[in-house]
Design a protein around this ligand. Sequence first.
Ligand SMILES: Cc1cc2nc3c(=O)[nH]c(=O)nc-3n(C[C@H](O)[C@H](O)[C@H](O)COP(=O)(O)O)c2cc1C
Length: 495
Amino acid sequence: MAWLVCQCTVQHTDRHQQRSQQRSAVARLESLNLPAAETVDRLNGGASLFWKDMRQFLAFLEQKGDLVTIKKPVSTDFEVAAYIRKSSDVEGPCFVFDDIAGYPGWRVAGAMYAAPRRILDGLSVSIEEATRHYLKAIQNPMSWQVVETGACKEIIVTGDDVSLSDVPIVRHSEKDGKYITAGVQVARDPDTGVHGLGMHRMELFGERRLGLWAPGERRIGRARVKQEERGQRLEIAVVIGPDPCTTLASCARVPHDQEKYEIASALLGEPLKLVRCETIDVLVPADAECIIEGYIEPNDRSSESPFGEFPGCYGGRMEVPVMTVTAITHRRDPIYQTVLTGFPVTEDHLLNWIPMNAVIYEDAKRISPGVIDVTVRGNYVYDTVIKMRKRHETEPWNVMSAVLAGNAQAKYCVVVDEDVNIYDDREVNWAVSTRVQPATDVHIFPVMVGAPLDPSAPLIRQTSKMGMDATKPLSADPLRYEKVLVPGADEVTWE
Ligand SMILES: Cc1cc2nc3c(=O)[nH]c(=O)nc-3n(C[C@H](O)[C@H](O)[C@H](O)COP(=O)(O)O)c2cc1C
């Protein structure tokens, strides 16, 4: 059973530790010639972000000892991905590859978000704050700022000089084609003008051709469908290596008429700086590493190669729309970012973690004010855990029904009491072992709309779902269910 598999134990990062990490980051930021007063004020102001671009975040990780520079030559065919795979499996460091065979002038960053602690560092929050911090940004969006130019335009290549062969696009899993996996796509909705952001895989099809997997339920996919119906092309930009806030905001599950750049600005704590693209009418983060500009013509399609997908099985092989590239702009010494998708847990899963938590928290909290916290785990899409203080014996049923119905991709929902740390799989599994009677506490929902990539689904997007009440009975003798603890275990240390 999915929740009995201990896939990832997130260490408790307490607020004190987080703040001291932030303080040490100030020293590093000062060496980057940022005004120290600004960074200190931001720290004192609370949990706002101060990584204005990816390089500041990488500098912080390096200073913290959470980044390793690989100096020997590495290949974009599997070798970069092999480092990321291993680091993902052991919650290891982020990598910067200095010497990418065949791509002089480029470096590659990988595994940037391959450990939960780096998602939290990207947002500058503790694990307990993360979901509500993210929700607050969704609920209190902030305007962006358009600037004349930015680091992403230090080099501008347009017209016949454009060649994707110059960009170190990585081949990740055994059967994959070459895919851009960390690109944040930006395209404007033709009806509302809203800038849609999302992360979508893009297969390299040719010198100036990229596939795009963005179904019509996604905002980028919907904008493309609308344009195709009108016989018009969709202008689109691919942002490589933006700041952590833009990356995480692009994964927000919010209505299509909400601007994700405003969520990014709210997460950042100040207006995100955007510049106009060279060849299309789209705004992109000024200080990103690289921007690929272009358009999708109506009915221009091609067949994808397989792609190692987030359930840990192969997807891909879709007939996908094709982007024609019109410009590539980048920094003078660009860092190409890539993420691994595949067997859980990878960056793909962890990037979805807090954005998924935010929607599930809202759904659960709407049903019961007793909901305290939520998290997704396992493959960070199918398995949900809810912590609540129930007042009625059957309240967990209402909550799990809302979560499983409200989130098509949620397949399992476990509800636990407030004494269980939902970020520690051992504790959740302990609650399942000691507080669940399968005959009475498990509820199977026969068929509902489910995740598109679940290979066990008998029909595409049709799946049964399961809820489990792992809370103790209200009338229970408290000692019968009490967690056994050893006093002082958290304080002892040894060499
Ligand atoms: C690394 C990564 C890769 C992703 N790849 C895809 C993809 O290829 N196709 C897709 O539809 N969604 C993909 N997603 C999920 C979407 O980016 C995510 O659902 C986003 O919120 C889409 O926004 P929208 O639903 O507002 O359009 C990916 C997510 C991550 C973190």
